[in-house]
Design a protein around this ligand. Structure first.
Ligand SMILES: [Fe+2]
Length: 322
């Protein structure tokens, strides 16, 4: 693990804590109360302040957690087994670790803490989820991301990217990915071709990117691993409301990772991964009159949304799957 950087506040706190521990002498542990300080002391000797800040807080909270719930040895065994199962359930096409973080609301918490003026204001950001793939096909503005037959209502999306003053942002790279109307991503479904319902768009001079797709369906998160066992033990349903994912990238702006929900979808109030915020309810409207393209059969929908990118560092997350 390489962790670099430490903001000024943390640095002062860490340094104070490290100095405090540097003055301590190694002790032989006599009581449970002494274990926490002994561990933090042992961790205080490295060079990396941020690593120390994170790990010492982690140890403090973990030890307090064990004290608070009076964790038994059998429960500890179960916990370790659960973590090991998360590792074993993770492979190139599935990330159980991200799913666990999502299912306990940790991903959403982290997202809200790090966006919207560091958690102070509403944000259009949302959790990345376990299905983003890098290198989705560059797709012409206005084209379709339906790359193999995908039955379901057609969707015509017209989205815009602006800065916090409302000024259009041109040449933003926007990744779009979504589940099919039956609720499966292409990498989970033998009936969809590679990269179906995924595409990378570039915003035009007015900040718009436009695409054709199908209306996504709600879907259950995978429940054949340890996270599924946890959900069943807690009597929780595994569903996510229907949504489309977006990742907007432009130099000089904080990469915007988000998802916009179908406002008529079931499970909006009980998303299994707690991803729905008020700002992310999209307006998916039934189309009226002549559809904006050929080969549209039956009901079709429009979707419009404006994404606001905050100034900051443009960096891409690590893809959870290949
Ligand atoms: Fe999703």
């Amino acid at each position: 693990m390489i962790i670099d950087g430490c903001n000024r506040l943390h640095k002062t706190q860490c340094n104070r804590l490290r100095e405090q521990f540097a003055q301590r002498k190694d002790v032989i542990i006599e009581r449970q109360e002494q274990v926490t300080d002994a561990v933090i002391d042992a961790m205080s000797r490295g060079e990396n302040s941020r690593l120390f800040a994170i790990m010492s807080a982690f140890v403090r909270h973990m030890h307090e957690f064990a004290r608070e719930v009076r964790l038994t040895e059998r429960e500890w065994e179960l916990g370790v087994e659960f973590l090991n199962r998360i590792g074993k359930a993770t492979h190139d096409a599935h990330n159980e670790g991200v799913l666990f973080s999502d299912a306990i609301g940790f991903s959403t918490l982290l997202c809200l803490l790090n966006n919207g003026n560091s958690g102070a204001t509403e944000t259009a950001a949302a959790l990345l989820g376990p299905f983003w793939r890098m290198n989705s096909p560059l797709t012409e503005n206005g084209a379709s991301i339906v790359r193999s037959a995908t039955p379901g209502p057609d969707l015509f999306a017209r989205c815009r990217v602006v800065d916090p003053r409302g000024i259009a942002l041109a040449s933003v790279e926007v990744d779009v990915w979504q589940a099919s109307p039956v609720g499966l991503y292409e990498n989970q479904d033998a009936n969809q071709c590679n990269m179906n319902l995924r595409g990378k768009f570039m915003t035009d001079g007015e900040g718009y990117f436009v695409f054709r797709s199908v209306v996504p369906g709600p879907y259950p998160v995978p429940v054949d691993g340890p996270v599924g066992d946890l959900l069943r033990a807690q009597n929780r349903h595994p569903f996510r409301p229907a949504h489309i994912h977006f990742l907007a990238f432009k130099s000089g702006f904080k990469t915007l990772v988000t998802q916009v929900f179908v406002d008529s979808s079931p499970h909006l109030e009980s998303d299994v991964v707690f991803g729905v915020t008020r700002a992310l309810l999209g307006s998916y409207k039934p189309g009226e009159g002549k559809p904006p393209a050929d080969a549209v059969e039956g009901q079709w929908f429009t979707f419009e949304y404006t994404f606001v990118m905050e100034p900051g560092e443009a960096e891409l997350p690590k893809p959870p799957i290949e």
